[in-house]
Every structure is written in structure tokens, then in C-alpha cells.
Design a protein around this ligand. Structure first.
Ligand SMILES: O=CC(=O)O
Length: 350
């Protein structure tokens, strides 16, 4: 039986067992360390008639190898069938072009929920308690007589979650345990099971009964003390938060963003912070990563993390494993665990 060829963009950081399992069954090739090397490699492969049937897009590989965009997909021979991307967000793959090429795209939802929710709460508490500022001052010689600026309690504050998917729900659960009131906005309210089923226990969803749906984003912005964004990046959500949205937020409220940078118009956020309308922000993601707006870097009302929402050994292992499982399952059974796009049996769009 011929072994399928798989190209790995970026290294497998933690799921070494799954990588070894895949290597025993398929021919694995690793992309060069720069975009130029990768492009050269793809051109050579095409010349030699070597077809990669699957592409594994490793965690954070876009920083060194760029996006899996139309031009890159154009360099693959027509035999590429599957792009398996590590990450819940799949904006690092041009899904529109891949779908047009009849190529499947998979992501790794679900497994990132807890780590990203932890990072969200970490940023929220750091922002409210000014933890980042206090640590920065201590490391720079704060003396016991110098008083750091005072913090705020999350208890009794209202948290507004924009996008109550897997990560949003995990954030809601944690925020309720801090004594926050939690409201959310989605295009449609979520449905809560009325009784446990084979796949769920009462404990897994009962907290959702304490989370209140609001019918518009404006209503959420006008009500919440802390707004936390959990929507995917798409043409519809690009700059979902701009000048108007910040003006609608309560005076002295806070923004937390662990979703994707371009959901927020960063220039408008800087204005809202500098005018004092927003009391602070906690950010893991930025409009032009890895660049951070210089005025955000300077602003000591902002807690910053460099896109590390899912960056734990356990979560990276789960993401990489799921991504490689999709590849193995596709070749062995023709099915996928977490497809992003959808084809009917003829391989055309439904
Ligand atoms: O940013 C990380 C992810 O999308 O999983």
C-alpha cells in the first residue's frame, strides 16, 4: 500500500506520541524554516511529481511561515485534500480559497476552552487589580512606602460576554464563581438542555441558567462593567468594536480581548483609553501581531500578553493531537472530527 505524503508546517511541540504514530503510517515531510524555503520546497515537489495530500499547520507557524493563503495553496500540486490547522481560530487559513479548491479544512475547537478561559480571567483580574503594574513596579525597585494604585473587585460587577461559544461558556463558569453577574450576546440565545443526556451531566451546563441573554450588542455594552470578546475573526466581526461601541460602553468600564486582534479597531481603543472613558483593558491579541500598538505598550491601564491564551503543555498537546487525529482519520476512514468547511458527497459545496 502506498503511504500518503503529509507536509508539516511548523514543528510538533508536545504531542510527540501522536507524531510518531503518524510517522509510522505516512511519509512526513517538514517545511523549511522560512516562507521562502517553504515556497522553494513546494515548487521542487511539484517539479518532481511529489504530491502532499495533507498539510498540518502547526501552532503559531504563521509567525515564521505566514498564512496558508491563496498564493501558498497555489504552489501545491492539485492533490492536496486536507489542511489540518492547529488552533480554534482558523483565520490563518484562507478557507474561502481552500473550499473553492475542494480542500477540507479542520481546526481544534473545544480543547482550547479551559486554557483560553483561564487566560481571560487572568487578564481580567490582572486588569482590575492592576497586578501587571504592581509587579512591574516591584521589579523596578518599588519601596514599601510607595503605594501602588488601588484595584477593583470583580464581585458584583457585570461581565458581558460577546460570543457564548465553548470559550465564552468556560469564562462564564469561572466569572460566576467570582460572584460576577454574567450576561451575554450571541446572534441567537443558546439552548440549555432541560435534563441531562448521554453526553452531558447536569453539572456541565446548570451554571448556564445563571447567565442572562441580552438581545443586542448595544444593550450588553451599556450594561457591562467588563466586556470580554469571544467571537471568531471573520469579515462580519472585523472591527466589531470601534469608536461607536467604545462610546456605548459604560464610563469606567473595562475591555478584555483574548479572541482575535482585528475584531477591535485598535486606534479607537487607544482613544477610548486615553480619554479615560475606558478604565482599562486586558489584551492577549493585537490588530497587527506580533506588533503591539505603541500607545498600548505605554498605557499603564492596559495588561498585555503576547497571544498566549492556549499556551500550556496540556492544551498544546490536545490541540496537536486532535489535528493529527483528523489527518489519520481522513486517510483511514474518509471522515473528520472537526471540519470547518463542508462538502457534499460529490465534493461540491452543499
Ligand atoms: O489563538 C489560538 C487559537 O485559535 O486556538
Amino acid at each position: 500500500m502506498t503511504k500518503e505524503n503529509i507536509l508539516f508546517m511548523g514543528t510538533v511541540r508536545h504531542a510527540k506520541a501522536q507524531e510518531a504514530e503518524l510517522a509510522a503510517k505516512y511519509n512526513i515531510y517538514y517545511a523549511g524554516s522560512t516562507r521562502e524555503l517553504l515556497e522553494e520546497q513546494l515548487k521542487n515537489a511539484k517539479r518532481q511529481g511529489l504530491t502532499f495530500k495533507a498539510l498540518y499547520r502547526g501552532y503559531a507557524s504563521h509567525y515564521t511561515l505566514g498564512r496558508v493563503d491563496g498564493p501558498l495553496l497555489g504552489l501545491f500540486s492539485p492533490g492536496l485534500e486536507l489542511i489540518s490547522s492547529v488552533g480554534a481560530g482558523y483565520d490563518f487559513v484562507d478557507v474561502v480559497v481552500a473550499t473553492r479548491n475542494k480542500q477540507w479544512v479542520t481546526n481544534t475547537p473545544g480543547v482550547v476552552d479551559d486554557a483560553t478561559a483561564d487566560a481571560t480571567i487572568l487578564l481580567m483580574l490582572s486588569t482590575l487589580r492592576r497586578y501587571y503594574e504592581i509587579e512591574y513596579a516591584m521589579r523596578n525597585g518599588l519601596t514599601p512606602t510607595q503605594k501602588p494604585r488601588i484595584g477593583r473587585d470583580p464581585t458584583n460587577m457585570t461581565l458581558g460576554i460577546v460570543g457564548l461559544g465553548g470559550i465564552g461558556k468556560a469564562v462564564a463558569k469561572r466569572a460566576l464563581s467570582l460572584g460576577m453577574k454574567v450576561i451575554y450576546y450571541n446572534r441567537r440565545p443558546i439552548s440549555i438542555p432541560s435534563s441531562p443526556s448521554e453526553n452531558t451531566t447536569e453539572k456541565e451546563y446548570s451554571f448556564l441558567r445563571d447567565v442572562e441573554y441580552v438581545a443586542s450588542l448595544d444593550q450588553l455594552l451599556q450594561t457591562a462593567d467588563v466586556v470580554s470578546i469571544h467571537v471568531p475573526l471573520s469579515p462580519e466581526t472585523h472591527h466589531l468594536f470601534g469608536k461607536d461601541q467604545f462610546l456605548k460602553m459604560k464610563q469606567g468600564s473595562y475591555l478584555i480581548n483574548t479572541s482575535r486582534g482585528p475584531v477591535v479597531d485598535e486606534e479607537a481603543l487607544v482613544q477610548a483609553l486615553e480619554s479615560g472613558h475606558l478604565a482599562g483593558a486586558g489584551l492577549d491579541v493585537y490588530e497587527n501581531e506580533p506588533k503591539v500598538h505603541p500607545k498600548l505598550l505605554k498605557n499603564m491601564n492596559v495588561a498585555l500578553m503576547p497571544h498566549l491564551g492556549a499556551f500550556t503543555i496540556e492544551t498544546i498537546t490536545k490541540m496537536e493531537t486532535l489535528s493529527m487525529k483528523n489527518i489519520d482519520l481522513y486517510f483511514s476512514t474518509g471522515s473528520l472530527l472537526t471540519p470547518v468547511n463542508n462538502f457534499n458527497k460529490k465534493g461540491t459545496l452543499p
